[in-house]
Design a protein around this ligand. Structure first.
Ligand SMILES: Cc1cc2nc3c(=O)[nH]c(=O)nc-3n(C[C@H](O)[C@H](O)[C@H](O)COP(=O)(O)OP(=O)(O)OC[C@H]3O[C@@H](n4cnc5c(N)ncnc54)[C@H](O)[C@@H]3O)c2cc1C
Length: 219
């Protein structure tokens, strides 16, 4: 009988890149894991049964895996991941998920909408596929949370809700109200569920069919 349970591997931490006081990119060994950009992996500290899901941040061609992790102070796993040191071990399973950029969609206009670390799968898309025509709207509370935004070039647009800064003061959904959308657009929404539900309804009201709206809820 075929088992659907995926094997877990032990991977060494290769690098930690601290982007803000709460958020870091954790780079680990890839150990031949095949994944499609947009998918997530399940990570835990080696020897600890607690595991959580993290979208792969790095591109498909890199010989390492990266995840972008925000430290949740009351949480069990994210804190431990942010406190890792180079040479420590983590246990990794996957890949999982269907939040992918299918080939027929890559040549269409793309509207990528993220809150916080929900930008992670979009980093993987842009790093993996050349010449995507995208606008990336990134919503964060603080102005310093535009995680490595230079990477996206002029496609990046930053909405900052709790202080001055970025390209727009307010939530991504407030900015979305002002936006005209090409009917051929495929929209990808990733991050917290409040943004996703609200943005989903707004995109439908603007005429996008459900089949062109793709979602990944983090919490
Ligand atoms: C498919 C998928 C992909 C994900 N990818 C990422 C990713 O790339 N980067 C990432 O940082 N997280 C990601 N998450 C969230 C991640 O799996 C954990 O839930 C998060 O890191 C908190 O884990 P914890 O053990 O520290 O907290 P827990 O003990 O699990 O939970 C504590 C509380 O924190 C809340 N919470 C979870 N995430 C956040 C957050 N980012 N900000 C504020 N509150 C939060 C939960 O709702 C819960 O109430 C993803 C979740 C899913 C389902």
């Amino acid at each position: 009988m075929l088992s659907t349970k995926k094997k877990r591997s032990t991977c060494k931490v290769l690098e930690i890149r601290k982007l803000t006081a709460e958020t870091s990119v954790v780079r680990i060994e890839r150990i031949k894991m095949d994944f499609e950009p947009g998918q997530y992996i399940r990570i835990g500290i080696e020897g600890d049964p607690e595991i959580r899901d993290y979208s792969v941040y790095s591109g498909g061609h890199a010989d390492y895996l990266e995840v972008l992790v925000r430290r949740v102070e009351d949480g069990l796993v994210s804190k431990q991941l942010c406190d890792l040191n180079v040479g420590d071990s983590v246990s990794v399973g996957g890949p999982y998920g269907h939040f992918k950029l299918l080939e027929e969609v890559r040549s269409k206009p793309l509207l990528l909408i993220a809150t916080g670390t929900g930008i992670s799968p979009f980093h993987s898309f842009v790093d993996s596929y050349q010449g995507l025509g995208f606008k990336l709207i990134h919503g964060t509370a603080r102005a310093d949370e535009a995680y490595e935004s230079d990477f996206y070039g002029e496609g990046y647009f930053h909405c900052v809700s709790r202080e001055e800064g970025g390209d727009f003061k307010g939530r991504v959904t407030e900015y979305l109200k002002t936006l005209e959308i090409d009917p051929d657009t495929n929209a990808f929404l990733c991050g917290n569920c409040d943004m996703i539900y609200e943005a989903f309804d707004m995109l439908q009201d603007k005429g996008l069919p459900t089949a062109q709206i793709h979602t990944e809820v983090y919490f």
